[in-house]
Design a protein around this ligand. Structure first.
Ligand code: ATP
Ligand code: MG
Ligand code: MG
Ligand code: MG
Length: 468
């Protein structure tokens, strides 16, 4: 059985053997890219090469890239395959090779190197991408009936810019893992057909009018989730049962004094705490600081969600440091920033945990009281002002309040929340301007004192001049 570490290494070695330069993962903070808060895919650090803003220093590269996807946050622990933080294995061609090379290589890797039985593998292509379908059949030798159409197999970095068709590889994990619906097939949202690899063929430029024109240089960008391929290769039910996750889950379970794989609800909480602690450890290791906006807010939100789920498990003492140590032990050799930045990571973990644990109980109690009075009044919507109060006073990110309410069939009035937040920002800005004015005049006073008393005679001089 391959470990997660071995699987990461095998992928990188395979593409090195195909002439790719191995590069370390880039930071979770995208460099010079104001359009992105966090690195969401392996291609992100290479965008300047793909767009030819910078001449690529080598034609091919392979990486295991750290990624964070906040839109997947609420799927964590619910599906078998989604994390907030995960590692994406990828191979990239910057105007070098294209479809006819990458398709047979991908097949070679899954069918011959990993030896996934071909009767479990499925391919999807865009219905108009006849070229890819033909290559899968003729160059990779895949049977025609295993290649399915998916009109969503179109990939773009944004509404304008490089784009192209893509092709995905799925593994059928068996009928017993499916939802049992008669139409359960590739693309079903249940856990039976697992998407493991996406191959993107960047071949067009899309302009403002939606017109596609062929790019002068065609690119390849692929992404395979390490945790997913580990789950397949280790024959376990979810990503969380791989060796990349089990030690973290086991530590959380130990701290909570609960057993994994006994109760479904407990398992969700264990997975959330393990996933989120891993995510915040990596985010901190790249120098992201918890804060009230941008990526700092994302970090804080994930961290506070981890603490809340830990509380649901019965953990009411600080736990993040203990769990971080397991993550550092298991990932530190490949990601030295977990060790190099240990002090920064621990300081923030401790501080955030201390602050939020102190208010979580009170905030939860207050929210419960609100819920009760809303229910008694036959209402289902919490006012934006109340949600904002929970944020301001108890540090509840509004998304957390929304989630806690949803568990009881209630919602937040988001429009009035935004108004309350906006009003708060306006007041804070005003206050800080006033503060600055006060500080400045105090500073001027200090300076005047230091200089001694000099008569201010500017106007007289001016008047004299005017007189002349
Ligand atoms: P899904 O449909 O399962 O949400 P996706 O189509 O959004 O996946 P891509 O954007 O194609 O994923 O990313 C490439 C690969 O990265 C996926 O095939 C998968 O192996 C992996 N991946 C994507 N999102 C996640 C996630 N949240 N957690 C773990 N692995 C992921
Ligand atoms: Mg997705
Ligand atoms: Mg998908
Ligand atoms: Mg995909």
């Amino acid at each position: 059985m391959y470990t997660g570490n071995e699987l990461r290494e095998m992928f990188l070695k395979f593409f090195e053997s195909k002439g790719h330069k191995r590069l370390p993962s880039a930071s979770l903070i995208p460099k010079d890219d104001p359009t992105l808060l966090l690195t969401v895919a392996g291609m992100v650090p290479f965008k300047p090469y793909f767009m030819r803003k910078v001449e690529p220093p080598f034609p091919r590269a392979t990486t295991a890239q750290k990624c964070v996807r906040t839109p997947d946050l609420e799927s964590v622990g619910i599906t078998a395959r989604h994390h907030t933080f995960f590692e994406m294995l990828g191979n990239f061609s910057f105007g070098d090779y294209f479809k006819s090379e990458v398709i047979p290589w991908a097949w070679e890797y899954v069918a011959e190197v990993l030896k996934i039985p071909v009767e479990k593998l499925w391919i999807t292509v865009h219905p108009e991408d006849e070229e890819a379908r033909k290559l899968w059949m003729e160059k990779a030798g895949v049977q025609a009936e295993r290649i399915l159409n998916d009109p969503e197999n179109l990939w773009a970095a944004g509404p304008v810019g490089p784009c192209g068709y893509c092709s995905e590889i799925y593994v059928d994990l068996g009928v017993e893992r499916g939802c049992g619906k008669p139409d359960c097939a590739v693309g079903c949202d249940c856990d039976r057909f697992l998407e493991i690899w996406n191959l993107v063929f960047m071949q067009y430029n899309r302009d403002e009018n939606g017109m596609l024109t062929p790019l002068p240089k065609q690119n390849i960008d692929t992404g395979m989730g390490l945790e997913r391929i580990a789950a397949v290769m280790q024959g376990v039910a979810t990503n969380f049962d791989t060796d990349l996750f089990r030690p973290i889950i086991d530590k959380v379970a130990e701290l909570a004094g609960v057993q994994y794989h006994v109760d479904a609800k407990t398992d969700v909480a264990l997975k959330v705490v393990a996933d989120h602690t891993r995510a915040v450890s990596f985010m901190l290791s790249d120098g992201i600081r918890p804060g009230s906006d941008g990526r700092g807010y994302v970090l804080r939100r994930i961290l506070r969600r981890a603490i809340r789920y830990a509380r649901l498990l019965g953990i009411d003492k600080p736990f993040l440091e203990t769990v971080f140590k397991i993550i550092q032990r298991d990932y530190g050799h490949h990601y030295p920033e977990l060790t190099e930045n240990e002090n920064f990571i621990l300081n923030h973990l401790r501080l955030e945990e201390k602050n939020f644990q102190a208010t979580l109980e009170q905030g939860t109690q207050l929210l419960q009281d609100k819920v009760k009075s809303l229910q008694e009044a036959g209402e289902t919507v919490l006012s934006g002002a109340d949600a904002f109060y929970l944020y301001e006073t108890y540090g509840f990110p509004v998304e957390l309040t929304e989630e806690m309410l949803a568990e009881q069939g209630l919602t937040v009035d988001m429009a009035s929340y935004e108004t309350a937040a906006e009003e708060h920002r306006r007041l804070a800005k005003e206050q800080s301007q006033q503060m600055r004015a006060v500080q400045e005049s105090a500073a001027i006073g200090e300076r005047a004192k230091a200089l001694g008393t000099t008569q201010f005679d500017g106007y007289e001089v001016l008047e004299e001049k005017v007189k002349i």
